[in-house]
Design a protein around this ligand. Structure first.
Ligand code: PMP
Length: 358
């Protein structure tokens, strides 16, 4: 047997994608509210584009994703030349760690930050450094204090997963201005589309040489199963990322569906409005029965129970009711359950079940 050069923990060791199950043995009519998917699914136009791609399955996909990049640039008012597409934003995160971290370097992330930052850092031999949050909110002072001359990447998600909380653009700018010269700030905007009027930090990317923004089609656009994400950054960084990207990293079906999805602005608006409506309803209804949550800007809420044992018991009870929610990544927030905002009937069902549990 050969020995790996860098045997490191991977997703099989870290409780990141667990809870992704979509069934409970012996139960029908199960609702999965554990992976922050869009319960309304993708736009009809995206489904049609995906199906139409089946006529050309013998062809390799385009390698530069130029039509998709143009479509993204058009909708967001960006420079298409500084966009890179990946198999989910996970792949953009991986490219960043591959290109900019390695042995002897450090990758900063917040204590309740998304688990792929740590996994990608470890996979490249870098040391992930976890920084405290302030009451489940990204703490810029703590991140700045955590930087050293070894720091190469600083990851924050805004809105953050699993907390749902956000920090303002002026705080992000303070962070970009304060990190060491050799470091890049990565602004993960997987949930940015849920925040009306928020550009995910695109204007800050344009104004700085050290910020990269990542985005995804997996959340608001309902295409998690197709794996499409993108990054936007200064030309010199996007150029480097394109050098670690494989030529055919996305299937044509995925590229075509994503292009159709981003052009269907009316459907995206509809999904954003429905999400906000049922998220706020669910948060208020749970607060009334003694389960508060932080103000969420995304498509999930982090419901806070009195103790770890109460959260665990509630999770088990919800399973018996055919409702799958998420105990939080690595159980770092053991008294919380993260609940994706479903459609109206799913939200009513989960609130009803938690009320019965209480
Ligand atoms: N960033 C955050 C904060 C996420 O929550 C997720 C998915 N859960 C991702 C990135 C990765 O999403 P994808 O690879 O599907 O684009």
């Amino acid at each position: 047997m050969k020995t790996a050069i860098r045997p490191q923990p991977g997703i099989m060791d870290i409780d990141l994608y667990q809870g992704g199950a979509s069934h409970v043995d012996g139960l029908d009519n199960v609702i999965k509210l554990s992976s922050n998917e869009n319960p309304l699914g993708p736009s009809e136009a995206a489904i049609k584009a995906f199906r139409d791609a089946s006529y050309d399955l013998h062809r390799y996909p385009t390698s530069d994703h130029s039509r998709l990049r143009q479509a993204i640039a058009g909708v967001h008012g960006l420079d298409a030349g500084r966009i890179i597409c990946g198999a989910g934003s996970d792949e953009i995160i991986a490219f960043l760690c591959q290109a900019y971290s390695g042995e002897g370097t450090e990758v900063l992330h917040t204590e309740h930050g998304f688990g792929m930052y740590r996994i990608s850092a470890l996979a490249n031999g870098a040391t992930p450094v976890e920084v405290k949050e302030n009451e489940r909110v990204t703490d810029v002072d703590a991140l700045l204090a955590g930087c050293t001359d070894k720091t190469r990447l600083v990851f924050i998600a805004n809105p953050n997963n699993p907390t749902g909380t956000m920090i303002g653009l002026s705080e992000i700018e303070r962070l970009a201005n304060g990190i060491p010269k050799q470091a890049i700030l990565v602004l993960d905007g997987a949930y940015a589309e849920y925040v009306e009027g928020y550009d995910g930090g695109a204007a800050l990317v344009d104004a700085h040489e050290n910020i990269v923004m990542t985005r995804t089609f997996s959340k608001l656009y309902g295409l998690g199963g197709l794996r499409v994400g993108w990054g936007y950054g200064p030309a010199h960084i996007i150029d480097v990322l394109n050098r670690v990207r494989g030529p055919f990293n996305l299937s044509q079906a995925a590229v075509n569906a994503a292009e159709a999805a981003i052009k269907d602005v009316a459907y995206a608006d509809h999904c954003r409005i429905e999400n906000a409506r049922w998220r706020n309803w669910m948060a208020d209804a749970l607060a009334e029965i003694g389960v508060p949550s932080d103000v969420s800007c995304a498509n999930f809420i982090l419901a806070r129970f009195k103790s770890k044992s109460e959260a665990e018991a509630c999770d088990e009870y919800l399973k018996t009711q055919g409702l799958i929610v998420r105990r939080v990544v690595g159980y770092k927030l053991p008294s919380c359950l993260r609940i994706t905002v479903g459609d109206e009937s799913a939200c009513r069902r989960v609130v009803h079940a938690i009320r019965q549990f209480k």
